[in-house]
Structure formats: C-alpha cells, structure tokens
Ligand binder design. Structure first.
Ligand SMILES: C[S@@+](CC[C@H](N)C(=O)[O-])C[C@H]1O[C@@H](n2cnc3c(N)ncnc32)[C@H](O)[C@@H]1O
Length: 453
C-alpha cells in the first residue's frame, strides 16, 4: 500500500543533554522548513511527513529516510530543505550530495551506535542513575518558572524587534547579567533564538507572547502566575486537607481576576461553537449562565438565536469584564448581567437553559447538590440544566488533565474537585431532573444534561 508517493520519516528524538541526538542537532528547524516547503510546493497530498525517534545515526543528524526509494539523508539543515523538496519530492531526483550511498557502512554504524547505547543504558542501570523520565517530572518546575518569569517581565514583547541582553535589561528594567541568563535559558528552551548578540522570538513566542500580536495570550497566561502561588501550597493542602490562607474569589483583586477571566475567555470562545451545536440554541427563549465569567457562552448562544435573552450571573468584581465583552459583541440588549453569589442565591425562574460551565469543580458534593437543586427550581417545564466540566473515569485516575485539576481545586478552593459521570448523574437525578445524559465533546471537558420533565 502506498497512499502517498513519498513517506518521509524525520527523526526528532530528544536525548539528555550532552548525548548526541537529532533534536540537539536542529531537527525542529528542519521539520519546520519541511512542513513549510512541502506546503508551499503544493505537495501535501504527495508527501507524508512523520516524525520518529532514533534511526541510529544520532551523531550525524538530523536524519531523514524517504520511502519507497529508501533514501537516507543525514546532517540535513534548513537550507537543504528547499532543494530536497524541489528535486526529490517534486522532481523524483534524490539529492545525491546529502544521500548515503554505502548501505553496508550505514548498517555497521547503526549497529555500533546501538551497541554503545545499550552499554550506556546498562551502565546507568547498574549505577542506579535516576531515570530521565523521573528527573523530568521532578525538575519540570524549572522550565515552567523560566517561562512564567519571562511572561511576568514581558520579555518577549521587549525583544519583539530583536535586542541584546543589555537592551533587553533596560527595556524590562531588570539586572543585565541575570537578564542574559534568563534569555539564554529561553534560547535553550527553544522559544527565543540568538543570532550574534541579538535575541529574537521564535515564531511560537512571536505569535502568542508579544503585545498586540494576533494571538497575544499574555494576559490569560498570567493566570498561571497566580496558580504557581497556589500550587506552592500543595504539600500543606495534602497534609491538612485544605489550604489555610486562601482568599475567596470575591476578595481577589484585579491582578488575580483579570488574567483569570482572560484565561477562561480564551478557552470558552474556542469551545463555544461546539457547545452551542451540541446543546442547540434554536428553541431557547431564556438562559441563565451561572458563573458565566467573560460571557463567551451566553454571547455564543445569543448569536445563534436572535430570540434568546441571556443572563450572566457572576461576582461584582468580574461583571465589568463581562459587560465589556457583551458590548463588543453588540448584544447589550439581549445579554444582561446579574451580580450574585452562585453558592447561595435564588436563581430566579422560567429559564429554558441553565448553563454551568466550569462551575461544579469549584464546589464540593454538598455545594453541587444544593446548586443543582436551586437550578432545577429555576427551570421552566421542559427546561434543561447543562453542566460543562472535566469528567473523571470511574477509577479517578484518568483522564490526566481532569485528575491534575482536582489538585488545582484542592489548593485553590474550599471543597472543589473533579467528579465522575456517575456523580454528576446522581446529583442531577437527586435534583429532580430526568433524561440525564452525557454529551461527549472534543477536548478536555464534556457536558452533562438533565431535563425538568
Ligand atoms: C472557572 S470560571 C468559569 C467561567 C465560565 N463559566 C466559563 O466556562 O468560561 C468560574 C466562574 O465562576 C465565577 N464565580 C466564582 N465564585 C462565584 C460565586 N460565589 N458567585 C458567582 N460567581 C462565582 C467566577 O468569577 C468565574 O467567572
């Protein structure tokens, strides 16, 4: 079977520092160039590009193997890629100057490298060296903290048009030598590039981490600075079952709230179309978006149905942000806001839809039973409660994001957690709702629906 004319296997293996590998020798830039050039040449349907781990020629990477002809290219640079794409994939002529010709020599080199590699593994094993996968988990905070500090200092904006370490330090009002260390670490992480003495953003950093870039995510990403602080109390939380000094949501200032709602908004705006499609907006007349945050979901429902009137209930500290989004969408007449406390407020009456997105994980089981009972009372006959949240598998150890999020709630809320489908179904049923079901959506969260029959 040969669904594509060429199948290119491109090694992108990462090995520990100091061990030769394609990643250390620049495979990421080669892959980027391959994707770009193959697309630009209109060969996406001719060439299938697959990244792989080692091909056994690590000291001479980046390596590519092209099938069906079995051409082995080694030491490929981004500058070689246009020629490979044009001549080989476009013209059927492998690039002789880069291709290996001595099959026996290649095989012998791979066998010798494999023997060396296995011997080094055996030696590490015998010496009781802590394996990389364990060390990577233990030291993961380093990469995270480097990125958080760079976002906090707005380093990527300051090098948007290129800067030396001294220029960068001046722009960020930071100490020069320390700034250079940080910039060098960002180069090592692959988000900044160094040409001569000038630091520049990688395409990824330029797209997401620079002021006024089209996908500027800095405000939303700053929420992780708040989370860094709360996660630092994990040990205490596990010992005590809760965190002693935790500010309630309504006590949190703009430094906390603005990035939090921005982070929620980015996720919500991306997911809203699939949520609206799954729930259906057509028959709705009144919806209540409980803890609606930026209002992204209420806005999306109102955009899908011009008859719909939506209310977003949230904290008074959040609603000015919500109102800004509603105004921007031109929906101030049909989407209104209501300041309140979702933990205690009567939720009103006669809604066809009460939407609870990323709310139930903030509460404990008791809080959820109570909230869903109040939500049920606020429904018109035939109305629905729709919950969107992470849903745990019954053994509570999968999916990974939902499991880790339970700890995010342990350190950030009084009683919040993540829950199983069975728990949600039992709470919805206990609240008096019927036709309870789960709707699976792409991404990390699903919907749970109950109907007031
Ligand atoms: C995780 S966010 C979810 C936002 C939105 N539903 C979404 O999915 O994008 C939780 C929301 O609940 C709001 N919230 C938290 N505690 C609240 C309370 N006691 N009363 C009202 N709203 C609250 C927060 O301000 C925030 O907007």
């Amino acid at each position: 079977m040969q669904p594509f004319k060429y199948h290119v296997l491109a090694c992108d293996q990462h090995k520990p520092d100091g061990v030769p590998c394609c990643a250390a020798r620049g495979s990421a830039a080669v892959l980027e160039a391959l994707r770009r050039e193959i697309g630009a040449a209109g060969l996406n349907d001719t060439v299938q590009l697959t990244t792989t781990s080692s091909m056994g020629l690590c000291e001479r990477g980046p390596n590519l193997v092209v099938y069906p002809d079995g051409t082995w290219y080694s030491g490929v640079t981004p500058a070689d890629v246009p020629e490979i794409v044009r001549e080989h994939f476009g013209g059927g002529r492998p690039v002789a100057r880069l291709a290996a010709t001595d099959e026996a020599a290649v095989k012998a080199e791979i066998q010798s490298n494999r023997a060396k590699y296995l011997a080094s593994l055996k030696a590490r094993e015998a010496a009781g060296v802590v394996p990389d996968e364990l060390m990577d988990m233990i030291r993961g905070y380093q990469e995270s903290r480097i990125m958080l500090t760079a976002v906090e200092l707005d380093v990527f904006t300051a090098i948007a048009s290129g800067a030396t370490a001294a220029e960068e330090a001046k722009r960020c009002r930071t100490e020069r030598r320390a700034t250079e260390l940080l910039l060098n670490a960002l180069v090592a992480l692959g988000v900044v590039q160094l040409q001569g003495e000038t630091y520049r953003n990688s395409p990824l950093a330029a797209r997401f981490l620079v002021a006024n870039s089209p996908d500027d995510a800095r405000t939303a990403l700053r929420h992780n600075l708040s989370l860094w602080a709360t996660w630092s109390s994990l040990t205490e939380a596990v010992r005590e079952g809760h965190v002693a000094l935790r500010a309630e949501m309504h006590e949190r200032d703009d430094d906390w709230t603005v990035p939090f709602i921005a982070a929620m908004h980015r996720g919500a705006a991306a997911r809203a179309p699939s949520v609206v499609a799954a729930v259906g907006a057509g028959s709705l007349k009144r919806m209540l978006d409980v803890g609606g945050g930026s209002g992204a979901y209420a806005i999306a429902f109102a955009q899908a149905n011009p008859e719909l009137k939506a209310v977003v209930l949230d904290l008074p500290t959040v609603l000015p942000i919500t109102e800004g989004h509603i105004e921007e969408a031109g929906l101030s007449k049909r989407v209104t806001t209501l300041a309140g406390d979702l933990r205690t407020n009567d939720l009103g009456k006669s809604y066809d839809l009460i939407f609870l997105s990323s709310i139930c994980h903030m509460l404990g089981p008791e809080g959820n039973r109570d909230l869903l009972a109040r939500a049920t009372r606020a429904l018109a006959p035939g109305g629905r409660v729709v919950i969107q949240d992470f849903i745990l598998e019954p053994d509570r150890t999968r999916p990974r994001q939902a499991v880790l999020f339970a700890l995010n709630m342990l350190v950030g809320t009084e009683a919040g957690s993540t829950y199983t489908e069975e728990e949600y179904a039992s709470w919805l049923t206990a609240a008096g709702l019927g036709a309870v079901r789960r709707i699976r959506l792409p991404g990390p969260a699903d919907l749970m629906v109950g109907v007031r029959l």
